[in-house]
Design a protein around this ligand. Structure first.
Ligand code: IMP
Length: 424
């Protein structure tokens, strides 16, 4: 069984926990897009791990993890993560592979990410994670990127870096008044990681092709969420990769015909980190309450996440874009104690009401949510283990979401522990 797991909102849906559950049933776990802008929190053997780049499946001994060609890899961040895992007794040798075609995040990408954000008007800021993600993907598309496999041939790598750096320094100096960055410095930085990185490099599309032909079960671990997808999200307030289902195919080199199931992950409310329109955002006091109760602080940057009501328009849109077969509903427990719960079932714009996500960012930023209100519940859900133990109003809420999303909910999560999960 080959499955793709996708965030169906703006990221931070709680994918880490579901990946961990599915990793047990899989042989190989693949990251296919994004970089160390992601943060997957996993509770494993009573310890909490936050993984940014390495697939969460690495925590399970014997599982093979792949960082695909669609990922942008910061060698410094990669080895920091490897070292933390190994210091905790998790050995990655022989079961962690990096695509030769994965693009490298270079020191100048991180500098550019920061400078670009600092030079934008407040209203135009994206609120990036400043990890160099956007500039690295921009270079990939402009065909001036450096790939992990380029490090195999030092002469080639050196020549390319020299010519790319010339242009980068011109931009840094002329546009941003930055002193620039010396070739020697960047080259030294790359050499520092080169030998160790070469040991992880693999022709991952061929590896995955052969594994799938042998009947191995592959889990494709999405990062971020559909509304942050560079094509289908709330552009320009998005990340620079395809966080929706197409990213899994392009970013791993496998054929769509080998995929059996696409699973979406949503939170029982909505969150968003960084800038950009968010129609169902809570008023300040409720925001604080849910932020605190739901521990809504970014796993990568520590920034508080903006919180709001469940938006069924975007969830349904994600179902359509990704062809989601089922949904995992996360953090239902956080909503306990609210007298009433709202769901955005449609948007209103210019006197018109509609229930499809608008393709125009300009329209989306002016949409007003149309809410349906349901009764809340007071019971603490963290000890619930079966559907029937859920309070009737919580069950009604889930049933309504299921019908609005036109997709069955297969998992309900009511806490971070593995045992705090209801399978339907
Ligand atoms: P970048 O990916 O660092 O370029 O950031 C672009 C936008 O995506 C910003 O609004 C970030 O806050 C958001 N973003 C990037 N990665 C994540 C994530 O893993 N979870 C939630 N938001 C993210």
């Amino acid at each position: 069984m080959n499955r793709i797991l996708i965030g169906a909102q703006w990221g931070d849906e709680g994918k880490g926990k579901i990946i961990d559950l599915l990793a047990r049933k899989s042989d190989i776990i693949v990251r296919y897009q994004g970089g160390n802008n992601a943060g997957h929190t996993v509770r494993f053997s009573d310890k909490t791990y936050i993984l940014h780049l390495i697939p969460s499946g690495i925590l399970h001994s014997g599982k093979v993890c792949v960082i695909g060609n669609g990922v942008v890899l910061d060698p410094e961040a990669f080895f920091e993560e490897v070292d933390v895992l190994e210091s905790k007794g998790i050995n990655v040798d022989g079961r962690l592979f990096v695509s030769e075609q994965a693009h490298l995040i270079m020191p100048y990408h991180k500098i550019m990410d920061c400078l670009r954000e600092e030079n934008l008007k407040k209203s135009e800021m994206i609120g990036t994670t400043k990890r160099g993600i956007g500039p690295c993907y921009a270079d990939k598309m402009a065909r001036v990127g450096l790939r992990a496999g380029d490090l195999k041939n030092l002469g080639y790598f050196k020549d390319r870096l020299e010519s790319v750096l010339e242009e980068k320094n011109a931009v840094l100096r002329k546009i941003y008044g930055h002193p620039g960055i010396s070739f020697k410095e960047v080259y030294k930085h790359c050499l520092k990681y080169r030998k160790r990185l070469l040991g992880f490099l693999t022709d991952t599309p061929t590896y995955l092709y052969n594994a799938s032909r042998k009947g191995k079960s592959i889990l494709f671990e999405g990062a971020q969420g559909t509304l942050l997808d560079v094509d289908h999200g709330t552009y320009p307030y998005v990340t620079s990769s395809n966080a929706s289902v197409g990213g899994a195919i392009a970013g791993s080199g496998v054929s769509p015909t080998v995929i059996d199931r696409v699973i979406g992950v949503v939170k029982a409310y909505t969150t968003r980190v960084g800038e950009g329109p968010f129609p169902t955002q809570f008023p300040a006091s409720l925001m604080k309450q849910i932020q605190t109760k739901g521990e809504e602080f970014g796993a990568t940057t520590g920034r508080p996440r903006r919180c709001g009501w469940f938006d069924a328009v975007i969830a349904r849109y994600s179902v359509r874009i990704n062809g989601l077969d089922e949904m995992a509903m996360m953090k239902l427990d956080v909503l306990s104690g609210l007298p009433e719960i709202k769901i955005a079932v449609a948007y209103k714009l210019g006197g018109k009401e509609f229930s499809d996500f608008p393709p125009s960012s300009c329209d989306f930023s002016r949409c007003q949510p149309v809410y349906e209100t349901m009764k809340g519940w007071n019971e603490d859900l963290t000890g619930v283990r079966r559907w029937k133990q859920l309070p009737p109003n919580a069950r009604k809420y889930l049933k309504r979401l299921e019908s609005l999303m036109e997709t069955p909910i297969s998992v309900v999560s009511i806490g971070s522990k593995r045992s705090q999960t209801i399978f339907l």
